[in-house]
Ligand binder design. Structure first.
Ligand code: FES
Length: 111
């Protein structure tokens, strides 16, 4: 089980969910009603599953692949600790993971 904490783009809302081992972060986020589109369903062909990982947690995750890095280069508002949620598999050793929803997803929801 991994405790996942989602922080809204404006930093005002926080949602905590427990995800079973080996869940994909994108699926956990969508099941929790977080505004991540994940248009390509994990094919690394979009960047609508972009999340900003808490700096301390970022260093505990396995590194992003080159394809993922390339896709993140195209994501608006990507930061040093950005990842694609469809590429993060939650492993029990992680225990907890905090991610923030970037502004572009937030704006898309509001339209
Ligand atoms: S869902 Fe498209 S890159 Fe993650």
């Amino acid at each position: 089980m991994t405790r996942v904490v989602f922080i809204s783009a404006d930093g005002e809302h926080r949602q905590e969910v427990d995800a079973p081992a080996d869940s994909v972060l994108l699926n956990v986020a969508q099941a929790a009603g977080q505004p991540l589109e994940g248009t390509c369903e994990g094919q690394m062909a979009c960047s609508t599953c972009h999340v900003i990982v808490d700096a301390a947690d970022f260093s505990r995750l396995p590194h992003a692949s080159e394809e993922e890095e390339d896709m993140l280069d195209l994501a608006a508002s990507a930061t040093r600790t950005s990842r694609l949620a469809c590429q993060i598999v939650l492993d029990d050793a992680l225990e907890s993971l905090t991610v923030r929803i970037p502004f572009e997803s937030f704006n898309m929801q509001g339209m």
